[in-house]
Design a protein around this ligand. Structure first.
Ligand code: NAD
Length: 477
């Protein structure tokens, strides 16, 4: 599976069989735009067969300990094949090879954490006997799987974000129908192969590749899908929520992440962290730093340091060990970023660094003199551009951070405990990171946003709560 050739066609994975279809799609090397493989395009009949197989699979026993063993084995295989997976990520995402290896290591952790959680899923005692007339009763809850989960994933972190869905779903005893992003499907197909090798029972994982809107529509039409877990853009998330009816929906969507640098912060640390966490994966990370608010007293010193750190980043071929920034996912995305920057400059922004495009490669770019209504601040740029604005007062900067349609994570560099605690209470986000940038994540923490950034939490323990139902058992003794 890890061998990629232009002529190679990958099948759908339905009911333990690889199935090739007549219609195919190309998968491109994002650096040189050459075709690296073809994938099969699923039709409605494949979607229905996958859902049916996933439903059937729920009838066969799959104990928590067996789930633990499969997920642990899969994590071990993933670590052993780290370099093969990383190479595929570098090609299909354009993610620099060192960063790609990091993603695979984190994905293995996500599987291990999910495996551990498989042994800990539990309900609680409910003291019904304390109600008058119920003295002779006892009650407890158990957590049961929701059933068939449709998992739809984005292009930017195509192994770890798939593990964040498959891991907890399997740990909780569900079946999964996975639909990876059409531009980065190969690593997900490799992961399916690896899970089967690790002993995943037949039907528990189905993988459908092809056209996102069409497959999404057929999954939504199929009433045997019990839950949708989606990571991607807010517009698609909203359409899934509006179409899913009364079924469960967990949404991990976009952000225009803010990070505050206060006048008492360690400037070296703030500049180093922000330059790294604004430009990882060419800024195509949902918690990538997009808006920096720096206190006006230290703005000049901070911007100088940020430029100094960012100038060191190497742009180029993702397969090259020295590369820090590879291409964006599509040429048209790099062109969009370029046009947003041009628009900001026309409205008065200053390019302090970068601002040039070469094909799908866009330079790491720092904008100053920005205002909050520019597109580069207001909308999710999802590219290697960070906008630096200034503030005077703490209340003012909290209001600026909150003046956003999004609320996934924010960062705050300060050594002022009062400010940190005020921000913890008042900043409208799923997670506030103090003395680091917004883009901090480890895989067992609760992760998810408010407002247009979605709802529901990931992190295996929290995702399992979403992916199970609480059932009450009352005993009349
Ligand atoms: P996208 O919404 O274009 O695509 C995501 C997935 O949805 C893909 O698999 C795609 O094929 C599928 N899809 C497209 N149209 C669909 C439809 N009508 N119905 C059902 N499925 C459909 O997003 P993308 O460009 O792949 O990813 C970028 C976005 O993802 C950004 O907004 C980013 O912030 C967000 N993201 C969020 C998180 C998070 O954890 N909050 C993580 C990563 C990415």
């Amino acid at each position: 599976m890890a061998t990629l050739t232009a002529g190679k066609q990958f099948g759908l994975y339905i009911n333990n069989k690889w199935e090739q279809t007549g219609e195919t799609m190309e998968v491109l090397n994002k650096y040189n735009q050459e075709v690296i493989a073809h994938i099969s395009v699923a039709g409605k009949e494949h979607v229905d067969a996958a859902v049916q197989g996933a439903k059937e699979a729920l009838k066969s026993p799959f104990s928590p300990y067996a789930r633990y063993e499969v997920l642990m084995k899969a994590a071990q295989l993933l670590v052993e094949r780290r370099d093969d997976f990383a190479k595929v990520l570098a090609l299909e995402v354009g993610k620099p090879i060192r960063e790609s290896r990091g993603e695979i290591e984190r994905a293995a952790q996500t599987l291990i954490i999910s495996a551990e959680e498989a042994k800990r899923i539990h309900g609680e005692g409910v003291p019904v006997e304390s109600a008058p007339g119920s003295e002779n009763r006892m009650a407890f809850t158990v957590r049961v799987p929701v059933g068939v989960i449709a998992a739809i994933t984005p292009f930017n972190v195509p192994v770890n974000l798939v593990c964040h869905k498959i891991g907890p779903a399997i740990a909780a005893g569900n079946s999964v129908v996975l639909k990876p992003a059409e531009v980065t499907p190969l690593s997900a197909l490799m992961l399916a192969e690896l899970l089967v090798e690790a002993g995943l029972p037949e039907g528990r994982l189905q993988v459908l590749t092809g056209d996102g809107p069409a497959i999404g529509e057929w999954l939504l039409e199929n009433k045997d899908v019990n839950m949708f877990t989606f990571t991607g853009s807010p517009s698609v998330g909203e359409s899934i929520r509006s179409r899913a009816g009364l079924r469960k929906v967990a949404l991990e969507l976009g952000n225009n992440s803010a990070t505050i640098v206060h006048n008492d912060a360690k400037l070296d640390q703030a500049a180093a962290f922000i330059s790294q966490k604004s430009f990882n994966n060419a800024g195509q990370v949902c918690i990538s730093v997009q808006r920096v608010y720096v206190h006006e007293d230290i703005a000049k010193a901070f911007i100088d340091l940020l430029k100094k750190n960012t100038e060191k980043l190497v742009i180029g071929d993702p397969m090259d060990e020295s590369t820090d920034i590879g291409p964006m996912i599509r040429l048209r995305e790099a062109e969009r970023v370029e046009s947003w920057v041009h628009e900001a400059v026309e409205q008065g922004a200053v390019i302090a660094l970068g601002g040039k495009r070469n094909g799908a490669l866009y330079e790491p770019t720092i904008l100053t003199n920005v205002s909050d209504d520019m597109k580069v601040c207001r909308e999710e740029i999802f590219g290697p551009v960070v906008s630096v604005g200034t503030y005077k007062e703490i209340d003012e900067v909290i209001a600026k951070v909150n003046d956003s349609d999004y609320g996934l994570q924010a960062g705050l560099f300060t050594n002022d405990l009062q400010f940190a605690m005020k921000a913890a209470r008042e900043i409208e986000v799923g997670g506030l990171i103090v003395n680091d940038a917004s883009a901090y994540r480890v895989d067992h923490m609760p992760y998810g946003g408010v407002k247009n950034s979605g709802n529901g939490k990931e992190g295996p323990k929290y995702a399992i709560e979403e992916m199970t139902e609480e059932r009450l058992i009352v005993l009349n003794l």
